[in-house]
Design a protein around this ligand. Structure first.
Ligand code: UD1
Length: 420
C-alpha cells in the first residue's frame, strides 16, 4: 500500500483545479437519505474514502447503495425495513457515521450507534447530540460502547438550545426533528453551509424547516418524507486548501466550481497576506508573487475562520515575513500538527490554544506524519516549500478528504508522488 507522499520542495503551483462536492455535506446527505423509503440520488459527490465508508454503513443498514464515479453520483435505495445498528468497525474510521443516529431514531424509534473513539455519554464530543435527542423525547444510554437511543412512541418537538454551535449536533437534531410531532426550535444552531445544504435537501424531501443559515432553526415535524435528487454544494475546505497552497508556494491557481462566498474570512486573510484574488466565471483565481506577510488567525464556527483550514494558516505563517498568532477555538487537539511542522524547521511556540509563529524563509525537509485529513494536506503543502524531499506518512488520511490530491498537485507543476 502506497501510504506516503514523496514531496520535492521548490514548487510554485500554477494552473487550474476543479473542486468537487463537499465531503462534510455529501456524507450528511447520504445519512439523511435514511429518512425516506425509496431511491435518493445525490450528485457532485467527491470520490474519497469516507464516501465508501458511509456507503458501507448504509448497505449494512439494508440500503442498496451505488457510487457511479464517472458521474460523481450516489444512489441510495432505502428499504421499508431498516437495520438500526451502526457498528464500531465503521464508526471508528469516520466520525460522520454518528449522523445516522438522528435519522434512525426518527424513522425507527430506535438506534444503536457505536461511540466514536471512546467517547462516553455526557462526555465532550457527543453530549449535545444526546441532550438534543433526549429533549425530543428519546431515552439514551451507553452500553458496551454503543449509544442506544429509543423513542418507541415517536419524537415530540421541543425548544432546544446548544451550548456551542456544534455542526454534528445541529445535524442530528435537525434530522430527528423533521419527523417529530409538533415544532422544534433549535437555538445557537451551527450555520455552516453544510447545514444549509442538508436543510435544503430535507426541504426537498418534504420537511418544513426555516431559519437555515441563522442561529435559530424552526422545524415543524411532518409525518413522512419522500426521496429526492440533490446536488452537493462545492467543498469550501478543499477550495480554501488550494487558495492557501497558491499563496504559500507563490503560485497562481484558478479554482473552478467553487463558491467563494463561503470563504469570505479566509480569502480576506489571504489578501492581507499579499495575495491577489480575482473572480473568474466559475470560481476564483489566486495569485501570490511575493513571500506572504504574517497574518493572525482565530478559528471560530462559521462564518468565522474554519478550524479545518488552521493547518494551512499555520503553514503559511511558518514561511511568512513576520510574526503571527493562530488561536484555535474549536478543537484544541488540532495543534498536534504543529509538532510535525516543527520537524520541518518551523519556529512555533504553543501555549494552550495559541500558537505563536515566527516566519522563516524556507522549511527544511524531513519525514513527518499526518495525524488527520487537514494536517496531512498542510504537511504536503509545507513540503513544497522545504528544501529537498519531504516524506509525509499517513497518506490515507488525505484520501479521506481530497480526491486525487497527488495527481492534482502534479497537474499544478509539483513533484508529488505516492510511494511505499
Ligand atoms: C464537523 C466537521 C469537521 C469540522 C467541525 C467544525 C464533519 C464530518 N466534520 O465536525 O471537519 O472541523 O465540524 O467545523 O462535518 N462538541 C461537544 N459536544 C458535542 C458535540 C461537539 O463538546 O456533543 C464540541 C467538540 O468537541 C468541538 C466543538 O464542539 O470542540 C465543535 O464540534 P462540532 O461542530 O460538533 O464538530 P463535528 O460535527 O464533529
Amino acid at each position: 500500500m502506497r501510504d506516503r507522499f514523496k514531496v520535492v520542495g521548490g514548487a510554485h503551483l500554477r494552473g487550474d483545479v476543479s473542486v468537487t462536492g463537499a465531503k462534510n455535506s455529501a456524507l450528511k446527505l447520504m445519512a439523511a437519505s435514511l429518512l425516506a423509503t425509496g431511491k435518493t440520488t445525490i450528485t457532485n459527490v467527491p470520490d474519497i474514502a469516507d464516501v465508501d465508508i458511509m456507503s458501507e454503513l448504509l448497505t449494512r443498514l439494508g440500503c442498496l447503495t451505488h457510487f457511479d464515479r464517472a458521474t460523481s453520483t450516489v444512489t441510495i435505495d432505502v428499504p421499508e425495513k431498516l437495520g438500526h445498528r451502526a457498528d464500531y468497525d465503521l464508526v471508528r474510521k469516520m466520525r460522520a457515521s454518528i449522523n445516522v443516529l438522528g435519522p434512525l431514531v426518527a424513522r425507527l424509534g430506535e438506534a444503536e450507534v457505536a461511540l466514536p473513539g471512546g467517547d462516553a455519554i455526557g462526555s465532550r464530543g457527543l453530549d449535545f447530540h444526546i441532550k438534543g435527542l433526549t429533549e425530543l423525547g428519546a431515552t439514551a444510554h451507553n452500553e458496551h460502547g454503543y449509544v442506544i437511543a429509543e423513542a418507541k412512541g415517536g419524537l415530540t418537538g421541543a425548544a432546544i438550545s446548544l451550548d456551542f454551535p456544534s455542526v454534528g449536533a445541529t445535524e442530528n437534531i435537525m434530522t430527528a426533528a423533521v419527523l417529530a410531532r409538533g415544532t422544534t426550535t433549535l437555538d445557537n444552531a451551527a450555520r455552516e453551509p453544510d447545514i444549509v445544504d442538508l436543510g435544503n435537501f430535507l426541504i426537498a424531501m418534504g420537511a418544513d424547516i426555516s431559519g437555515l443559515g441563522s442561529p435559530t432553526l424552526t422545524i415543524n415535524g411532518v409525518t413522512q418524507l419522500h426521496p429526492t435528487t440533490h446536488a452537493t454544494l462545492p467543498d469550501r475546505i478543499v477550495t480554501g486548501t488550494w487558495a492557501f497552497a497558491a499563496a504559500i508556494t507563490q503560485g497562481d491557481i484558478a479554482i473552478h466550481h467553487c463558491n467563494p462566498e463561503h470563504l469570505e474570512v479566509p480569502l480576506d486573510k489571504l489578501v492581507a497576506a499579499g495575495a491577489v484574488i480575482t473572480s473568474i466565471k466559475d470560481g476564483i483565481r489566486i495569485k501570490m508573487d511575493r513571500r506572504p506577510s504574517s497574518v493572525d488567525f482565530a478559528t471560530l464556527p462559521y462564518p468565522g475562520f474554519p478550524t479545518d483550514l488552521q493547518p494551512m494558516a499555520i503553514t503559511m505563517n511558518a514561511i511568512a515575513d513576520g510574526d503571527a498568532i493562530v488561536t484555535e477555538n474549536v478543537f484544541e487537539g488540532r495543534f498536534m500538527f504543529v509538532n510535525e511542522l516543527m520537524r520541518l524547521g518551523a519556529k512555533i511556540r504553543v501555549d494552550g490554544h495559541h500558537a505563536a509563529i515566527t516566519g522563516i524563509s524556507q522549511l527544511s525537509s524531513a519525514p513527518v506524519i499526518a495525524t488527520d485529513i487537514r494536517a496531512g494536506a498542510g504537511l504536503v503543502i509545507a513540503g513544497l516549500v522545504a528544501d529537498g524531499t519531504t516524506f509525509v506518512e499517513g497518506a490515507y488520511h488525505v484520501d479521506r478528504g481530497y480526491p486525487q490530491f497527488a495527481e492534482q498537485l502534479q497537474a499544478l507543476g509539483a513533484d508529488v508522488t505516492r510511494v511505499d
